[in-house]
Ligand binder design. Structure first.
Ligand code: OMP
Length: 234
């Protein structure tokens, strides 16, 4: 079975994205298209990445605007049938409800606190921290408003799970294999830690796409997760 990994194919060019998608598709469940590609290529990038690959396509646009505008945007991209579409939970209850209503066949995932933010960065934007508390508040708001998935750091998974129950999908970026460069990510954990915490889908980008062989990197992370899962069951 494909590993519960969404590979973030944040590439400047559609040809690179297509190459990465084909390389990782045999090993992972999902490929994530974000702002970098979508703002340049629009819907074309979704069909290109989907191609002949047996993967779900996750559209990460992090919508954040007034409810009517988000509803229109969600309605438009729902036609592309992404498995998941992201919105910012901080857009508020009415905005999240508008996205859910506008895209009934797409799972709306609410981003709680970006994994690039630490407690000091949260304070600098006037948001009451620590990050774990802010993520919990936003998670509850989002789920009450109809979000079926949440994006958070692996550190917040146990608390969010306790808060929202087993049916809400918990998606975690901020995943770094031991020793990997954390880059601009602040709240990070290893893939094994994220899985053990109870994450349902791990978003991993540069540790795979910047590897010399992205297909081999995805295969090796998928195998590590399978081993961790088997050890957890034993
Ligand atoms: O919504 C996301 O996917 C997301 C939320 C978040 O809080 N942090 C975060 O890094 N992401 C996305 O997850 C991916 C992480 O990529 P890497 O840091 O390269 O593994 C990027 O595409 C980000 O846009």
């Amino acid at each position: 079975m494909a590993a519960p990994i969404a590979v973030a194919i944040d590439a400047p060019e559609i040809e690179t994205a297509a190459r990465w998608a084909s390389a990782v598709a045999p090993h992972v469940s999902t490929v994530k298209v974000g702002l970098e590609l979508y703002l340049r290529y629009g819907p074309e990038v979704i069909s290109t990445v989907r191609g002949a690959n047996p993967v779900s396509v996750f559209l990460d646009l992090k919508l954040h605007d007034i409810p009517a505008t988000v509803a229109g945007a969600a309605r438009n991209v729902a036609r592309l049938k992404p498995s998941i579409l992201t919105v910012h939970a901080a857009g508020g209850a009415d905005m999240i409800k508008a996205a859910v209503q506008a895209a009934p066949d797409t799972r709306i995932a609410a981003v709680t606190v970006l994994t690039s933010l630490d407690d000091a960065a949260l304070e600098s934007i006037g948001m009451r921290g620590p990050a774990a508390d802010a993520a919990r508040r936003l998670a509850v708001l989002a789920v009450v408003s109809g979000a079926q998935a949440l994006v958070c750091s692996p550190h917040e998974v146990p608390a969010l799970r306790a808060e929202v129950g087993p049916d809400v999908q918990l998606i975690t970026p901020g995943v770094r294999p031991a020793g990997a460069d954390r880059g601009d990510q602040a709240r990070v954990a290893t893939p094994e830690e994220a899985l053990a915490a109870g994450a349902d889908l791990l978003v991993i980008g540069r540790p795979i796409t910047r590897a010399a062989d992205p297909g081999a990197a995805a295969a090796s992370l998928a195998a590590a997760l399978r081993r961790a899962e088997a050890a957890g069951r034993a």
